[in-house]
Design a protein around this ligand. Sequence first.
Ligand SMILES: *Cc1c(COP(=O)(O)O)cnc(C)c1O
Length: 430
Amino acid sequence: MIGAEVVMHQPSLSHLSAQDPELAALIEAEARRQFEKIRLIASENYVSPAVLEATGSVLTNKYSEGYAGRRYYEGQQNIDPIELMAIDRAKALFGVEHANVQPYSGSPANLAVYMAFLEPGDTVMGLSLPMGGHLTHGWPVSATGKWFTPVRYGVRADTGRVDMDQVRDLALKERPKLIWCGGTAIPRTIDFAGFAEIAQETGAVLAADIAHIAGLIAGGAHPSPAGHADVISTTTHKTLRGPRGAMIMSLAEHAAAIDKAVFPGLQGGPHNHTTAAIAVALDEAAGPGFSAYAHRIVANARALAEALLERGYDLISGGTDNHLILVDLTNKGVAGKPAAQALDRAGIELNYNAVPFDPRKPFDPSGLRLGTAAITTRGLVPEQMPRVAAWIDEVVLATAREDDKELDRVAGEIRELLASYPMPGWAPAP
Ligand SMILES: *Cc1c(COP(=O)(O)O)cnc(C)c1O
């Protein structure tokens, strides 16, 4: 059966299934899992078959330390134009003067930002992790929190939104050399202009980390930090719907410092197969359908938030402006982790998450984080979000009752729904 199933992966896994059937079967099983589940992990998506093809290409064979026209290895006749295509497309799409497309992923990209602008020990300010920030914005367990002096701002208890007064007061008091805006669990629009004003007033570099919202920005569904931030870092694999990778963008004046920080500062050879796939994804994001996609992600998130509010769910900030919803389950009498585990069994994949001022521990927090980028790629529309909210509610209530009998029924209903929504990269056997 394995052989018959494996060819359903696009591009095909025919060689892999002949050579290493056990591994091929696991990839196939993962593809089926992605097909059969409502995937609500806010940082995930489904990339196109074209992105998969570029990622799986012979470009993985090539070493190209350096930058186009100044490499340390010969044979760059095709690699240079590929990297330049990715750079030009990034600059055009985001309206920036410089782009570095070599960072291996979002965390190394952020470390390169530190290396470009800071010395060890310098003060850096970012949104606290349990309030929605990222590890690399100076959280103590991260190298960025160990090697730099972190100052953390938060969100307001009454609004759940970033406390811009606190950002300003802290920046004036602590004089950070660099301020991060952006994060991993922010359901609301980021006030890039407000951050820029504070950075200017306090003499700080402003770094916008748009990892989660890059696709929304590209599609015009969220304001852009271009023109406000000195430097913009992003992953390429979340709402932007490209391969796992990252980019750093900036004004021309910072180009040399950023390029030097990425290579030779932190990395060796760039992952050329990823660079090519980033170029493909950027072209897709500049294409005619992408703006509609980005706006539909937000419409789906709004509709899902509305439906959850109607069912009595407590949403941080009372709703969403983007792809992301943060739920505090305290009033439902169940913690985030058991709810997330039950939802996964019931065919709804998401992650447990700390909520601002969470009294519970990070490994067993009060909340759930949901995002709509992946289900929007599958073609789900706002009219279906009340049904999704109802499934979530049924499972959460069942979990609070410690009753797992409903989970298989919900999983079956979800499989039935999703069978009519194609998944890029895989199709079930006819
Ligand atoms: C995902 C994310 C990152 C890190 O990306 P990785 O590719 O997982 O290293 C950095 N910053 C923010 C805000 C993110 O959401």
